[in-house]
Design a protein around this ligand. Structure first.
Ligand code: SF4
Ligand code: SF4
Length: 421
């Protein structure tokens, strides 16, 4: 492992990037917080004004300024909408690093952030914390717990899938050899989606390497402003995967978007710059990879009306919108319905729903209303955070609509199982 000297935080608010914004406002209507609040400082343009003033030293990091920055979901819908190619995601990451270094948060807020960073990137810690939760779920007292502690309703039910072996060989002739990012939260709460991903990949001729040494990708730390910790996770992830793979496959949108940025993030690290660039060039979302490979169509299934939610870090962070839909259409019997505001954030946004529950709840309710309008029997989403957030919202409305990963559906169709198990 190597480290680089840390530049002052202001360098992360790259001045030339801030100047890319011409303040046209064309991004405003794409911004979830602007749509909900209607205030300029809670819009992309307003936040860029703030970042510019922070960068040139004409504005101090007051609680009000930090509040406007904290309310940003980092969903990057503004990037998709921006005709000037403003790379807002890197700007807000820089601003968050500045806040983390130079602004002292008060009591609960500070500890909450530290706790999240201490738990979520480490599957063993998360698993240990989940033990009493699992027990309560198995004993049937979970509904009572969620009544007493509403935030607990977010925790998914027991998964029970075993960890994947380090190599899952291709079925039949090997066409490609790929690495699978197992994720940190996903490994604990969505192990069945990792299993399904491996099965679907091997079914389509890919041998799947799942390195045991892989860690969190660093997204949670970087989005929290902990740049050093995030970059260290990035280096460890690069170290974990063999260099001769054809692709690195991500099935979680948030992780995939960050893996694609390793090249840029580690560009100044002489020991990792080249490897990071090569690594990022190989990153593919699983739907993108399967569609490019020409995945086999499964046999016909019982008709199912499915609405697809675009995870922000897939649609806006990676510009992957068509491929998950194409994968769903590959399943004969799936009736794919378009969800109004499909690419508007559901409020999950990494740990945002825990840190900013009020705004997250507004966006969750908005997403649920849109889902209800489609009369879908099932929602497909390609990011664990979105799946948890939307499922919790549907449950709150007492709607029996499961939220699943597109790969889970494809896997069940290949195996001849009913799509909703
Ligand atoms: S971010 Fe882009 S769309 Fe938004 S105000 Fe700036 S230039 Fe216009
Ligand atoms: S990242 Fe999302 S919430 Fe933040 S300014 Fe852009 S569109 Fe708005």
């Amino acid at each position: 492992m190597s480290g680089t000297a840390r530049p002052p935080a202001q360098i992360f608010i790259a001045a030339e990037r801030l100047l890319d914004c011409v303040h046209c406002g064309l991004c405003q209507q794409a911004c979830p917080t602007y749509l909900e609040l209607g205030t300029e400082m809670d819009s992309p343009r307003g936040r860029i004004y703030l970042m510019r003033a922070l960068s040139d030293g004409t504005l101090a990091l007051t609680p009000e300024v930090v509040r406007h920055l904290d309310l940003c979901l980092g969903c990057r819908a503004c990037e998709t909408a921006c005709p000037s190619g403003v790379h807002y995601g890197r700007m807000i990451e820089g601003a968050r690093a500045l806040v983390a270094e130079q602004y002292r948060r008060r009591g609960r807020e500070r500890w909450q952030r530290r706790w999240l960073e201490w738990v979520f990137p480490y599957p063993r810690r998360l698993r240990a914390l989940m033990a009493p939760v699992r027990l309560a779920q198995r004993l049937g007292v979970w509904p009572l717990v969620t009544k007493l502690l509403p935030v607990a309703a977010m925790i998914p039910p027991a998964d029970g899938a075993a960890p994947l072996p380090q190599l899952v060989p291709a079925e039949g002739r090997e066409r490609r050899r790929v690495g699978l990012l197992a994720g940190c939260v996903a490994r604990v709460w969505f192990a069945q989606t990792n299993e399904a991903s491996a099965r679907v990949l091997t079914r389509n001729g890919c041998s799947v390497v799942v390195p045991r040494a892989q860690t969190c990708c660093g997204a949670l730390s970087l989005h929290n402003g902990s740049r050093d910790a995030g970059l260290e996770f990035a280096r460890r992830t690069i170290d974990a995967f063999p260099a001769d793979l054809d692709a690195i496959i991500a099935n979680a949108a948030g992780c995939g978007a960050l893996l694609r940025e390793y090249g840029e993030l580690l560009a100044d690290d002489p020991a990792y710059a080249e490897r990071a660039r090569e690594f990022s060039a190989k990153v593919r979302d699983i739907s993108e990879w399967l569609v490019a490979l020409g995945a086999d169509a499964p046999p016909a299934v019982t008709p199912l009306r499915v609405a697809y939610h675009d995870a922000c870090h897939l649609a806006h962070g990676q510009q992957v919108c068509e491929q998950p839909r194409a994968l769903l259409r590959l399943i004969p019997g799936v009736d794919l319905v378009e969800l109004p505001e499909a690419d508007l954030c559901c409020g999950s946004a990494g740990s945002y729903n825990l840190l900013e529950p009020a705004m997250a709840a507004r966006l969750q309710a908005r997403k649920v209303r849109n889902i209800e309008s489609t009369h879908a029997q099932c929602v497909a989403a390609a990011n664990p955070g979105c799946m948890i957030q939307i499922q919790a919202g549907l449950r709150r409305r007492k709607l029996n609509i499961p939220v699943v990963h597109p790969v889970d559906l494809l896997d069940r169709a290949y195996r001849g199982l009913p799509l909703l198990g």
